[in-house]
Design a protein around this ligand. Structure first.
Ligand code: NAI
Ligand code: MN
Ligand code: ZN
Length: 336
């Protein structure tokens, strides 16, 4: 089979690899579509501290089960599945409280073990979620990025009368906008980005008000409006302090970033308004919820997609994705 392998940081190849056999409890998925995420680019460049090399990347993928290991119901052969990349132990403290995404021995498919930029991929059978026919193959790899928005909004508990502010209109910001508008029916969702092209995508995804902070700081444009719910999907370390300053008293702030840089913030700026901070990593069992949202048409994954490429053009696809955020948002690889 052909697989996209990062042999070592900086070295991306499409390699011929032996077809893997599913172990007990696993399924093999014949991958049909897989989408590129910023973290795939980070593994390529050696900027992901968790990745081990060589690695088949890709954690957002969809396909059909074509082999099952011992103990897996053969009736699952032929199932169309989206794969949850979060592999957890099931028994540690975070697993025991329903937080497998921060399992003490967390393994992420495509990061800690081989992933979905490949003609075939292995996964635990319980990570392979069967999809209804109403979710088309070409959009099914986008279940995973929407689980990020599902996870953070589960903490933030959006309400219809919230005044929401989202930093960043990349894939993460757009999924958050769609979930706030389509699922939680939040009346006002404001979005700030530095790129007008990204703000145009935010508008298409349902944002009510757009701010370009490339020249004028956001604070000067908000005219005193104090957001009650803020999601940082741009993830620059300076944003938290700004968000705390702009937030309404009693607001909730959701953070998604992984920067190793310190961010400077006073206790007073948080405590005087009694702000709640939530962080969110990947997803905790959110695949069924997102699949239901897609099935009901509450979210529109097609609005994120700008490009499709065949697997063989992976390097071109990853380079475009990385270098050209003005024309590119979600890029999907087509296998076979
Ligand atoms: P992206 O880079 O495509 O989007 C970020 C957007 O923020 C861009 O449109 C950029 O122009 C904008 N931006 C950057 N600095 C800004 C600022 N100071 N003010 C306003 N806008 C600004 O990235 P993507 O894929 O949307 O991911 C966003 C972040 O989410 C990344 O940092 C990524 O590491 C993180 N992430 C976290 C996950 C989690 O589970 N916690 C999962 C996936 C991504
Ligand atoms: Mn991703
Ligand atoms: Zn665990």
């Amino acid at each position: 089979m052909k697989s996209v392998v990062i042999e070592q940081p900086g070295e991306l190849v499409v390699a011929e690899r032996p077809l893997p056999q599913p172990a007990a409890g696993e399924v093999r998925v014949k991958v049909a579509y897989a989408s590129i995420c910023g973290s795939d680019v980070h593994i390529w460049h050696g900027h992901n501290p968790f990745a081990k090399y060589p690695r088949v990347i890709g954690h957002e993928f969809f396909g059909v089960i074509d082999a099952v290991g011992d103990g897996v119901d053969p009736a699952r052969l032929g199932d169309r599945v989206a794969v949850d990349p979060v592999v957890s132990c099931g028994s540690c403290y975070p697993c025991s409280v329903g937080r497998p995404n921060v399992c003490t021995t967390l393994q992420v498919i495509g990061v800690h073990r081989d992933g979905g930029f490949s003609e075939f991929a292995l996964a635990p059978a319980k990570n392979a979620f069967s999809l209804p026919d109403s979710i088309p193959d070409r959009l099914a790899s986008l279940v995973e990025p929407f689980t990020i928005a599902a996870n953070i909004t589960a903490f933030l508990k959006p309400q219809p009368d919230d005044v929401a502010l989202i930093y960043g209109a990349g894939p993460m910001g757009l999924t958050a906008i769609q979930v706030l508008k389509g699922v939680y029916k939040v009346k006002k969702v404001m979005v700030v980005d530095r790129l007008p092209e990204r703000l145009a995508l935010a508008e298409q995804s349902g944002a009510d008000q757009l701010f370009d902070n490339s020249e004028i700081p956001l604070a000067a444009q908000l005219e005193g409006v104090q957001p009650t719910l803020i999601i940082d999907a741009a993830c620059h370390p300076t944003i938290l302090a700004e968000a705390a300053a702009l937030a309404s008293p009693a607001a909730r702030i959701g953070l998604l970033g992984f920067s190793g840089e310190p961010c400077s913030i006073t206790q007073q700026s948080l405590t005087s308004k009694e702000l709640s901070l939530f962080t969110s990593r990947l997803n905790s069992n959110r695949f069924p919820q997102v699949i239901e949202w897609m099935e009901k048409g509450l979210i529109q994954p097609e609005k994120l997609v700008t490009h499709y490429f065949p697997l063989q053009e992976i390097e071109r696809a990853m380079t475009l994705f990385e270098k050209d955020p003005r024309t590119c948002c979600k890029v999907i690889l087509q296998m076979g």
